[in-house]
Design a protein around this ligand. Structure first.
Ligand code: NAD
Length: 357
């Protein structure tokens, strides 16, 4: 069976980290006879420079045909002054909405080898293993109407719309309940139901889903409290489900609990399990081109891709074990460096994972 993998390196450190993940995928492809075919396309700023659009037709066509997509990151100061429709991020948002990638899975796992890299006390974070399920194609990032308008008094007003339909809430809820069922049967739904009507409905639908999943213990938390609890006692959480904007913020917060955003993979899936896999971090323009970025989040995203879109659990486990082994060897990129460990470049980290495989 052959499967098509589309690589979208993007901008900044994207090409450097995707190159390492591609080498790792090529290695497991040989070792486990996975039948993967690789193709590559432009997205984000790189696509703007070449084709004057952040999401060229050719990229979208290849993405639709791919079984899975591995993305680096998009964006950077070079494109920050462009009008909103031409921002690199529009490429990403366009892919998410065109492929209906409504479910974003972001694990926040603290590798025991990196416990000291967290800014929190080791006893607060050690053993941390949270999964944040974020709705990705609805909510305030996509709601209409939106824009900046002139008011009668001459002042300008910026506005966005925060809306969710019942079916949008229900389908992301199901993904989260399923995930909780496969883990420890605990799900916390995060909303702002004391202020926002849209999240009153969110809470109602989540409650309703407990009839389908009586084995999962559902709780609710307001987003401001969730932000506090994540740094106070993060291990109380197992699976968290929330809307697009709250999930964006909380998953970055959870990322920092683990010490480095350079370690965290993510998956965005549609109802056919086609998925786009990418590290949680951005394009890190401050370190782009220096060969020092941490490629592990992207390599771990490739492992998630094998697991969730291709059903290749054994190959996924092999990559994750190789990453753990490399950390055991004391190899660290600059972002996760600590006393007694050895600093390596992006390429050296990739080489070490290959060697461990
Ligand atoms: P960022 O995640 O790019 O960087 C934040 C900090 O973390 C920086 O100091 C960076 O050097 C560091 N960092 C990030 N990834 C790293 C890695 N793999 N190894 C080592 N250090 C790493 O976030 P930002 O600075 O807010 O955004 C930079 C650009 O990326 C912006 O244009 C933003 O729009 C874009 N962005 C893209 C995505 C995406 O493509 N999914 C996500 C977030 C931000």
């Amino acid at each position: 069976m052959s499967r098509n993998i589309l690589l979208l390196p993007g901008d900044g450190i994207g090409p450097e980290i995707v190159a390492e993940a591609e080498r790792v995928l090529a290695r497991v492809n040989d070792r486990f006879s996975l039948g993967l075919n690789f193709d590559q396309a432009l997205v984000g700023g790189a696509a703007l420079d070449a084709c004057d659009t952040p999401l060229p037709e050719d990229t979208l066509a290849k993405a639709r045909q791919a079984d899975a997509i591995l993305l680096g990151a998009v964006g950077g100061p070079k494109w920050d002054a462009l009008p909103m429709a031409k921002r690199p991020e529009k490429g990403l948002l366009g892919l998410r909405s065109s492929l209906e990638l409504f479910a974003n899975l972001r694990p926040a796992i603290l590798y025991p080898q990196l416990a000291s890299a967290s800014s929190l006390k080791p006893d607060v974070v050690s053993g941390l293993d949270i999964l944040i399920v974020r709705e990705l194609t609805g909510g305030i990032y996509f709601g209409q109407p939106r824009g900046v308008r002139h008011l009668e008094n001459g002042e300008r007003q910026g506005y966005n719309t925060y809306a969710y339909t019942e079916s949008e809430i229900r389908r992301i809820g199901r993904v989260a309940f399923e995930a909780a069922r496969q883990r420890n049967g605990k799900l916390c739904s995060v909303d702002k139901a004391n202020v926002l009507e849209v999240t009153v409905l969110w809470r109602e639908v989540m409650e309703d889903l407990t009839r389908e999943y009586p084995d999962v213990a559902l709780s609710h938390m307001y987003v401001d409290n969730a932000a506090m609890q994540l740094v106070r006692a993060p291990k109380q959480f197992d699976v968290i489900v929330t809307g697009n904007m709250f999930g964006d913020i909380l998953s970055d917060e959870a990322a920092m609990l683990t010490g480095s955003i350079g370690m965290l993979p993510s998956a965005s899936l549609n109802s056919q399990k086609q998925g786009m896999y990418e590290p949680c971090h951005g394009s890190a323009p401050d370190i782009a081109g220096q060969g020092i970025a941490n490629p592990l989040a992207t390599i771990l995203s490739a492992a998630m891709m094998l697991r969730y879109s291709l059903g290749e659990e054994e190959a996924a486990n092999a990559i994750e074990a190789a990453v753990s082994q490399v950390l055991d060897q004391g190899l660290r990129t600059a972002d996760i460096l600590s006393e007694g460990t050895r600093k390596v470049s992006t390429r050296e980290m990739g080489e070490a994972v290959l060697a461990a495989l």
